[in-house]
Design a protein around this ligand. Structure first.
Ligand code: HEC
Ligand code: HEC
Ligand code: HEC
Length: 157
């Protein structure tokens, strides 16, 4: 058995000290990471809408008296109610014209600073309130209007 002192030492550079710049780079990355963590911490601890430590999305108030379903149910299942008739049989009974996207948009329109309803491009749009927070992306508004219908303007309902 080789004597302890003759075993290669871990920190010995294999070739002419190349580990030094590599190591320096690592330290810089670590420093950047720590900096980002600091920023993240600052953002999290100063976020305005915080309930029991969990930041929540700010949901704009609707116009009508009440939703077409219990808001509780809507919050969870609106995507089911809204889906195109992929699963007609499964949804029979719950899917009626009252789950029209056009209706959602008309009650849930949010007026911008110019007094006109904002489009889906705005962070303030009702459908963005939770989606941007939850990182959900929907393509519905490529075809459907994201603002209440303006007479004379064509769009899928
Ligand atoms: C007649 C008006 C009306 C229509 C039509 C309507 N809603 Fe609502 N919606 C409301 C009201 C009122 C609330 C209760 C919360 C409020 O006052 O903002 C609500 C609540 C909700 C909530 C829960 C929001 C929250 O604060 O958690 C969701 C999600 C929602 N609606 C989605 C929809 C979708 C999707 C449609 C279309 C299928 C739709 N709504 C159609 C009026 C409407
Ligand atoms: C490629 C274009 C296109 C896309 C994308 C699209 N739709 Fe549609 N949708 C249509 C057309 C066309 C109709 C039929 C319109 C009519 O009935 O007059 C329709 C009908 C509907 C209807 C029934 C009519 C109404 O207004 O209630 C709902 C609900 C609906 N779409 C929801 C959605 C949702 C939710 C999404 C996104 C997940 C979506 N659509 C994406 C084209 C599209
Ligand atoms: C109360 C918060 C909230 C509001 C307001 C809201 N959504 Fe959602 N939506 C969600 C969440 C959360 C998901 C993701 C659910 C999941 O992945 O299980 C989602 C998912 C969806 C999906 C399915 C996306 C997919 O790829 O599966 C559609 C379609 C959709 N929402 C349409 C709408 C439309 C249209 C509006 C505006 C009328 C709207 N949502 C407003 C919270 C909301």
């Amino acid at each position: 058995m080789a004597p302890f002192s003759s075993l290669p030492r871990k920190r010995e550079p294999i070739t002419g000290g190349e580990w030094i710049p590599a190591c320096a780079g690592m330290t810089r990355k670590v420093r950047i990471a720590l900096g980002l963590l600091g920023v993240l911490f600052a953002v999290l601890t100063t976020a305005p809408a915080v309930a029991e430590g969990v930041p929540l999305p700010a949901i704009p108030k609707a116009k009508g008296e009440k939703c077409v379903e219990e808001p509780q149910l809507m919050r969870r299942y609106h995507m089911e109610f809204l889906g195109h008739q992929r699963d007609a049989t499964m949804r029979q009974g719950i899917r009626t014209t009252r789950h029209s996207l056009k209706e959602c948009i008309s009650c849930h329109a949010v007026d911008g600073t110019d007094g006109k309803p904002v489009t889906i491009k705005s962070e303030q749009h009702f459908c963005n309130a939770c989606h941007s927070y939850a990182a959900v992306r929907i393509d519905c508004f490529q075809c459907h209007a994201s603002t209440p219908e303006v007479p004379g303007r064509q769009a899928a309902r």
